[in-house]
Write a protein that binds this ligand. Structure first.
Ligand code: ADP
Length: 313
């Protein structure tokens, strides 16, 4: 059995809760991902309990806990919170050394983060105001064509992607997909064409920070092989996916807890998160005057951080 010290990272996202336990070498001992539907303390607790149980430890064995994600302030026992931007950069850089561009596509937002040699955030752009280009959009596709979400990517890879998909609005997408079905378009072609359109949307996000390489896709959507393939085609470069793409934020949080413990203090400046930069409306993705077309879907916001955020000595 692995011996301590142990560190816990918790990522309470908009749709899933992730918990990762690492050891003193930064190796992942256990992890857990719980689908919640909406931010939930119970879901977060289940993720933590499962990760601790499969590591064979209790909270008393932890030498540090850090939380991240949209619900990060709801995590009890965390010494500190960090935003998802900081944690995804940290976790992904540890999983894929040398990465320069991290694209994270979660349930309700997507972000492009450039990182430096040390895996520190240089610049990022984020879309959290609109479901366009997020996991939610793939869910609408799956429901509309009546295919399990886990199978939509494989199906999309078998179709041709030349159907016109004009909407990038998740609210309008269902209507457009139903209309394509009524025209007898094969569901594989619909799936493929929607994936192509979403990749174009992600390309617009990446343009805000620049197409740096190597590129790594993280978040739950990275488990969709067609999302990866169409993004690679849109970027015209290879897109890498780490072995556990959905837990990179929680892993980054656990690594920061380990850093802080080893150095006796918190060692990295945080980068503003989605909720601080753009407080979410009570209804996610309230759409305002957007007409849902590719050109006018809400514009991703780019943040130039100026000086890179440096690890303290
Ligand atoms: P968040 O951190 O915002 O909660 P995640 O990074 O956990 O989001 O990603 C959740 C999204 O990942 C879901 O909306 C769903 O679209 C997608 N997803 C999760 N599992 C799979 C899978 N097996 N195949 C394809 N997509 C998936």
């Amino acid at each position: 059995m692995t011996t301590g010290p142990f560190y816990l990272g918790v990522d309470l996202g908009s749709t899933t809760a992730k918990a990762v336990v690492i050891d003193g070498d930064g190796e992942i001992v256990s992890s857990s991902t719980i689908a919640m539907g909406a931010v939930s303390r119970a879901g977060m607790q289940r993720a933590v309990d499962e990760a601790l149980a499969s590591a064979g430890i209790t909270t008393a064995d932890l030498s540090g806990t850090i939380s991240t994600g949209y619900g990060r302030r709801l995590v009890p026992g965390a010494q500190r919170t960090f935003t998802e931007i900081t944690c995804h950069a940290r976790g992904t850089s540890a999983m894929v050394p040398g990465v320069r561009l991290v694209i994270d596509i979660g349930g309700q937002d997507s972000k492009a983060i450039t990182v430096d040699d040390d895996g520190l955030v240089q610049e990022f752009a984020m879309n959290d105001r609109c479901a366009s280009g997020t996991g939610r959009f793939y869910e609408v596709l799956a429901q509309s064509i009546d295919v399990p979400l886990e199978e939509v990517g494989a199906l999309a890879l078998t179709g041709s992607n030349d159907l016109e998909v004009s909407t990038m609005c998740a609210t309008f997408a269902e209507t457009e997909i139903v209309s394509l079905l009524a025209q007898d378009a094969p569901i594989a072609d619909i799936a493929s064409s929607v994936h192509r359109a979403i990749a174009a949307r992600t390309l617009a996000l990446v343009a805000q920070v620049g197409r740096h390489t190597p590129v790594v896709l993280t978040g739950g959507v990275a488990q969709n092989p067609a999302a990866v393939a169409f993004l690679a085609r849109a970027l015209n470069t290879e897109v890498l996916v780490p072995p556990h793409p959905q837990i990179t934020g929680a892993y980054g949080a656990a690594l920061l807890a380990r850093d802080a413990d080893k150095r006796g203090r918190v060692v990295v400046d945080d980068v503003a998160g989605a909720d601080e930069l753009f407080p979410r409306p009570s209804q996610p993705h309230s759409c305002g005057s957007c007409d849902g077309t590719l050109t006018s879907a809400s514009t991703p916001t780019s943040v130039d951080l100026g000086l890179p955020i440096r690890l303290g000595g």
